[in-house]
Design a protein around this ligand. Structure first.
Ligand SMILES: CC(C)(COP(=O)(O)OP(=O)(O)OC[C@H]1O[C@@H](n2cnc3c(N)ncnc32)[C@H](O)[C@@H]1OP(=O)(O)O)[C@@H](O)C(=O)NCCC(=O)NCCS
Length: 148
């Protein structure tokens, strides 16, 4: 059965925090070291996740009734995309990206912008994104995709 997409709720905070943390630690390797992945994962606290749920559009993909990943955006910025490693490579990330892009498009946003981590760069390039600047000191790549 395909994924079901729904808006995230406040009560999802702990599960979405855990998905982000595990996705970074388990999926971001080997394009970064374990220490770099740990440092990236530690940038968000549980309180920070609750804040994201208040301030961003956050969407959850459910597979078999379980939250399998989430994507978030604010205005033209894609602010996060994470898949539970247990559900990796089953289309969850691509599906969430499509949901976020469609919602942005409906709101008249002409181009999506994001900061891609090096491990996810190929994933975005295969989905129509282009690099639009040099790699930042923290290793992220500015990318963009025209929607309209
Ligand atoms: C990038 C990410 C969201 C992809 O999620 P997913 O649900 O596995 O993605 P899908 O199943 O839709 O697509 C899988 C594609 O990603 C590729 N892929 C597999 N493992 C990957 C990995 N560890 N990192 C990046 N891409 C990966 C697959 O080869 C597949 O390729 P395709 O483009 O030819 O289809 C997921 O790997 C992840 O959460 N990574 C850690 C957090 C992260 O980097 N987020 C992006 C921040 S900018």
């Amino acid at each position: 059965m395909g994924a079901v997409y729904r808006r995230a709720m406040r009560k999802d905070a702990n599960r979405l925090y855990d998905i982000r943390r595990r996705s970074i630690i388990e999926l971001a390797l080997p394009t970064m070291t374990a220490a770099e992945a740990q440092a990236w994962a530690a940038k968000l606290t549980r309180a920070g996740m609750e804040q994201k749920l208040r301030e961003l559009d956050v969407w959850v993909a459910e597979l078999d009734g379980r939250a399998a990943g989430w994507g978030a955006f604010r205005g033209e910025w894609l602010e996060g995309l994470y898949t539970d490693p247990d559900f990796a490579c089953r289309g969850v990330g691509a599906g969430l990206l499509g949901v976020c892009e469609r919602l942005m498009c409906e709101r008249g946003i002409r181009a999506v912008r994001a900061e891609a981590s090096s491990n996810a760069m190929a994933f975005y390039l295969r989905r129509g994104y282009l690099a639009n600047g040099p790699q930042s000191p923290n290793g992220a790549w500015p990318i963009a995709k025209q929607l309209l």
